[in-house]
Design a protein around this ligand. Structure first.
Ligand SMILES: [Zn+2]
Length: 249
């Protein structure tokens, strides 16, 4: 491999490593964001549950008032019962009392059911609060862990950025600008290794898009030190993307 292609291979190696580290850095931040989101969701769920309890409590208070009214009515009717003059009056008042009693019993059932609901909801709130505490503690742990990781990745990225600049300076201008254009288009995967197809000899394909590469292109790569691009995807073709293996071979 001639100096131009070698310099591109070198640049690709640094580019790949740099993007990998940048990705790792991003991932560590995402873990933190995700954990924060989880806590926010729990806090929102807790708030909604509190609202729900508030509404049930209001309903409960309303029924308590209604119950009180029924009880007062019953007391009044009881007094009236003692002063009833006729049997007809007496039984009419008794009917009123019995109606109120039936209402009262219905209200009492509803009140009990609402109190049970409040108790259940408060239990749920307690569980959510406990979960928030656990997740907040976890967030703090992640935060500590992440900041040391981020520092490490950032140092590596800084180092690789310097290496990238050094590797890029070895590439001729024309090839370098082609490389950066393609790096943007293919997320840093600029070079594609030509791979030999299994079935027939002399059939080659682009490692980036898997389209067939002519033997002429392969021969050019083997004999000349110039850029050959894949006619389909436009990536720069090379026979070997790993310079270290080549160096030791
Ligand atoms: Zn291709």
């Amino acid at each position: 491999m001639g100096p131009i292609l070698s310099s591109l291979v070198e640049l690709q190696a640094v580019e790949t490593e740099l993007r990998r580290k940048q990705q790792r850095l991003k991932q560590t931040q995402q873990v933190l964001v995700k954990q924060q989101q989880q806590i926010t969701q729990l806090q929102e769920a807790l708030k909604a549950k509190h609202e729900e309890i508030k509404l049930v409590r209001m309903q409960h208070d309303k029924l308590e008032l209604e119950l009180k009214v029924r009880e007062e009515d019953i007391s009044k009717y009881r007094v009236a019962l003692n002063t009833a003059r006729t049997n007809k009056d007496y039984s009419a008042i008794l009917t009123q009392i019995n109606t109120r009693k039936a209402d009262k019993s219905k209200l009492e059932d509803q009140i009990i059911s609402l109190l049970n609901q409040i108790e259940t909801d408060q239990g749920v709130c307690g569980e959510i609060e406990a979960d928030i505490e656990v997740q907040t503690q976890k967030l703090q742990e992640i935060n500590q862990n992440v900041s040391s990781k981020q520092q490490k990745f950032q140092e590596e990225i800084d180092k690789l950025s310097k290496q990238q600049a050094a590797a890029a300076s070895q590439v001729p201008d024309k090839e370098r600008s082609l490389f950066s254009r393609l790096a943007e288009r293919y997320e840093g995967e600029v070079l594609a290794e030509v791979t030999k197809e299994g079935k027939r000899k002399n059939e080659h394909s682009c490692g980036g898009c898997y389209m067939q590469i002519t033997l002429e292109s392969v021969n050019a790569l083997m004999t000349k030190d110039e850029v050959v691009i894949c006619p389909n995807c436009g990536r720069i073709l090379v026979l070997d993307k790993n310079p270290k293996q080549e160096a030791t071979a």
